[in-house]
Ligand binder design. Structure first.
Ligand SMILES: Cc1cc2nc3c(=O)[nH]c(=O)nc-3n(C[C@H](O)[C@H](O)[C@H](O)COP(=O)(O)O)c2cc1C
Length: 396
């Protein structure tokens, strides 16, 4: 797609629809959907709609600024890129495109363990504020190898994701024929043939430049072909991890350490006690556990418990600048976005990701103006109005 297509998008929802037209069904749904009945996915959005903002009029807001300072470093806006595995499957070398857009906006970019471009390449080719997301595998020594590499490659922070002790139950992946290992069948092949732009613009490009994309960060021993779904799960999931494993990482990692996937004050306290510099309140965008709370609703008690001793970051379901403003008013210091910039990357690489980031920038600026705020420091909970949903009679 060209940059003019990117410019046609007027918001994140438009980018999503454009991405849908671009990707095979199994790829689009892998990015877009949740898990099981998708209650958590819907509730992440509905929770934002339950929160209203109080406007303040006749305040001079002509000079608005959304810069923030995070871990002692200035950033252009209160947004960061969440770790997501498949950017390089959505666009040729998609991680580099996304990282470039993040660098240009002066916001953090988090590279996922499972990405298709290696951490060394992202650091060398792009740079910027780089965080590395770590999964703790069943063989933790393999994960520790990644920690060493991230340190040597100059990543500033390690984001340890802890909200997936076992595999998820994404039934649509099975129905779509998107399984590990990927095996071509009539259904998923038909879906690919229906998207020649993706086939030639992404997959063939890899093919012509040396082979199919792989999980470039996986050390030897992990890259071996998974012959069975359960083998893959046995290797990449670890249901025996404990807080002691975080203490080990704290000793290994000299930079900032964040724990991603916290939803309660008690776990936030434990993360800090085991050496975390920050926590990421997240339900993985509603992709892992369908009965999980919406992070935006879990946020206030967590900020109350630990906000004065750690950096609280949040993600899951943020699609508008006003969503970001709500989280900051509650007390978060930064919001991460996953799908929004993936859709942008799908549609137009760096330009598409930049367009997504720019939607948030403009919408945050507009929301600040309506709230009579000149910057994010002016935000507080006084500006929030929590609307109670009226109880409906059981039979209507
Ligand atoms: C396609 C996809 C892949 C993801 N992969 C990872 C991952 O490898 N590691 C991780 O910690 N989170 C992963 N996430 C979760 C994101 O980091 C983030 O928590 C989530 O996308 C936020 O919700 P949003 O997509 O509604 O913004 C992934 C999310 C998506 C959509």
């Amino acid at each position: 797609m060209s940059n003019s297509d990117v410019k046609e998008a007027q918001n994140i929802h438009d980018l999503r629809l454009m991405a849908k037209k671009r990707l095979p069904k199994w790829m689009f749904e892998f990015v877009d959907r949740g898990t099981e009945d998708e209650v958590a996915l819907r509730n992440n959005r509905a929770a934002f709609e339950r929160i209203k903002l109080k406007t303040r009029v006749l305040v001079d807001v002509s000079k608005r600024n959304q810069e923030i300072t995070l871990f002692g470093k200035k950033h252009g806006m209160p947004l960061g890129i969440a770790p997501t595995g498949p950017a390089g499957m959505l666009y040729y070398k998609g991680e580099l495109e996304l990282a470039r857009a993040a660098k240009a906006a002066n916001i953090p970019f988090t590279l996922a363990t499972g990405s298709q471009t290696s951490m060394e390449e992202v650091a060398k080719v792009v740079g910027g504020t780089l965080w590395f997301q770590l999964y703790m595998w069943s063989d933790v020594r393999m994960s520790h190898l990644l920690v060493e590499r991230a340190k040597n490659a100059g990543f500033e922070a390690l984001v340890v994701t802890v909200d997936g002790p076992v595999g998820t139950n994404r039934e649509y992946n099975v129905r779509n024929g998107y399984t590990v290992p990927f095996r071509y069948n009539r259904k998923n092949t038909t879906a690919v043939l229906a998207r020649p732009g993706w086939l030639f613009g992404v997959i063939m490009k890899y093919w012509l430049s040396g082979g199919m994309p792989t999980r470039a960060n996986y050390p030897e021993g992990m890259t071996e072909k998974f012959t069975h779904v359960s083998t893959a799960e046995r290797k990449t999931k670890n249901d025996s991890l404990s807080w002691d494993d975080l203490s080990v990482l704290r000793e290994m990692w000299p930079g900032k350490l964040m724990v991603k996937g916290i939803l309660t004050p008690a776990d936030a306290e434990k993360a800090i006690a085991h050496g975390a510099d920050g926590i990421i309140v997240s339900n993985h965008g509603g992709r892992n556990f369908d009965s999980s709370m919406a992070p935006i609703e879990a946020l206030a008690p967590i900020v109350d418990a630990v906000g004065n001793k750690t950096t609280v970051i949040v993600d899951s379901g943020f699609r508008r600048g006003s969503d970001v403003v709500k989280a900051l008013a509650i007390g978060a210091k930064l919001v991460l976005v996953g799908r929004a910039t993936l859709w942008g990357t799908t549609v137009g690489g760096e330009a598409g990701a930049a367009r997504a980031i720019n939607f948030y920038r403009e919408e945050i600026s507009r929301t600040l103006a309506y709230l009579g705020c000149r910057g994010v420091d002016d935000l507080s909970r006084d500006l929030l109005d929590f609307v109670q949903t009226p109880h409906l009679p059981l039979t209507m």
